[in-house]
Design a binder for this molecule. Structure first.
Ligand SMILES: *Cc1c(COP(=O)(O)O)cnc(C)c1O
Length: 396
């Protein structure tokens, strides 16, 4: 199928529009806030929070990021296969058998458990080239990382191995996006203590990174010389308490078109369970988007789209593939519908959806790409289409 055909298909059902010009600007602004003395690591785990990791990787590296971070080894392998050469840190836990795959693909290993440290030494004993690794310390999140009591001795042990380049040390904040900064300050102090201990054993690190999006914006960085930022680079607030810097704007918007335009007779119910009841004859439309596309079912009867330039309330339940909306006037079938975006046309933002769903924008963004094609915009025009529904598979 030619690219032009794909673009046509993508834009005639529901699709995500990924504005890489905005992503580029966001990364540049946030890297500017990090400052010249701090490197910028763009976090593009979970397929860049649903925005497309390969496309975002290239843009981030061109606009101020010097390193990338993913959560899974396979996410890193995918980036290497796409030709990306920059350092890629695998954040968080790594299963022992995956360490060798990570090394083979020159991914940077996080050492956050004694078992991974042992495995790394085993593999380093036979390694032909130095292995890059960062020490992850559990300073209070208590999710992954070495407890402070053992971090120094493990760090010193790895540091001594000639084939292990323990170039970085990091920790992750539990509450940097909340108004009370007490836990963040305690975590910074804990990290500084470990750094001092390691410094006394002669262990120096090229990269020290404690900061996520929220703490980059609020300025709680401690003794870091690198920042890790994800959510804010996509123009999404780390939490309602943390405002985005001026000029940082949402990258993702969700678009569709009516598949049906009709008059709902007065006194009739809509969608499964007939949970919406019309009073009078009402203009209504059907949109090909549902919870299988990542639109939460919880926005049934509460959320809204924008159709014909007007806010159009969701009528009845969001189904797997379809949703009905009320229209202020009859529209042509195929009329464009804006599902979500930056809110500038009155549409729901991902924050609105998250609020209605009782969750956070991170979860909405990562789920929205389940089935929908992504159309990438660069220099103001579409330049690439990615359709997960047409992905590669192999029989064995
Ligand atoms: C996801 C993640 C980040 C990025 O956090 P944001 O809030 O999206 O900036 C940073 N560090 C670690 C360890 C993570 O898991």
């Amino acid at each position: 199928m030619s690219q032009i055909n794909l673009l046509n298909i993508a834009q005639h059902e529901s699709f995500l529009r990924i504005d890489l010009d905005r992503y580029a600007r966001n990364v540049a602004i946030l890297a500017g806030i990090a400052g010249q003395h701090r490197e910028f690591m763009a976090v593009i785990k979970a397929d860049a929070y649903g925005h497309g990791a390969i496309q975002c990787a290239h843009v981030a590296l061109e606009h101020g990021a010097s390193q990338l971070a993913v959560a899974r080894v396979w996410e890193g392998v995918r980036l290497r296969r796409a030709g990306i050469q920059a350092p890629i840190l695998v954040l968080g836990g790594i299963n022992l058998d995956a360490v060798a795959i990570a090394i083979e693909h020159r991914l940077t290993i996080t050492v956050g458990s004694v078992a991974v440290a042992d495995q790394l030494i085993r593999l380093a004993n036979e390694a032909a080239a130095p292995i890059n690794a960062h020490l992850k310390v559990d300073t209070g999140l208590h999710r992954y990382g070495l407890m402070p009591a053992i971090a120094s001795s493990i760090g010193a042990m790895l540091h001594e191995h000639p084939m292990i380049d323990l170039e970085g040390i990091y920790a992750h904040f539990s509450s940097a996006d909340e108004p009370d900064q007490t836990p963040t300050m305690a975590q910074i102090n804990a990290a500084h203590t470990i750094l001092d201990d390691l410094g006394q054993t002669g262990c120096e690190f090229r990269y020290i990174h404690l900061t996520n999006s929220a703490s980059l914006i609020t300025g709680a960085a401690g003794r870091s010389n690198m920042v890790r930022a994800g959510v804010a680079t996509f123009g999404l607030q780390p939490s309602p308490d943390v405002e985005l810097p001026e000029g940082v704007l949402p990258v993702m918007s969700v678009h569709s078109r009516l598949t049906r335009s009709f008059i709902l007779p007065g006194g009739e119910g809509v969608s499964y369970g007939l949970t919406y009841l019309s009073e009078n004859d009402e203009a209504a439309g059907t949109v090909p988007i549902g919870y299988a596309d990542g639109l939460p079912r919880s926005v049934s009867n509460r959320g809204w789209f924008v159709a014909g330039g007007q806010p159009s309330p969701i009528r009845g339940r969001v189904c797997m593939d379809q949703t009905v909306i009320g229209l202020s006037e009859g529209l042509d079938e195929d009329a464009e519908v804006l599902i979500a975006g930056d809110g500038s046309s009155g549409e729901m933002t991902l924050d609105d959806i998250a609020r209605l769903d009782g969750t956070i924008n991170y979860e909405i963004a990562t789920r929205l790409s389940a089935r929908m094609p992504r159309v990438f915009i660069k220099d103001g025009v579409p330049f690439e289409v990615d359709m997960p529904a047409l992905s590669v598979r192999e029989s064995l």
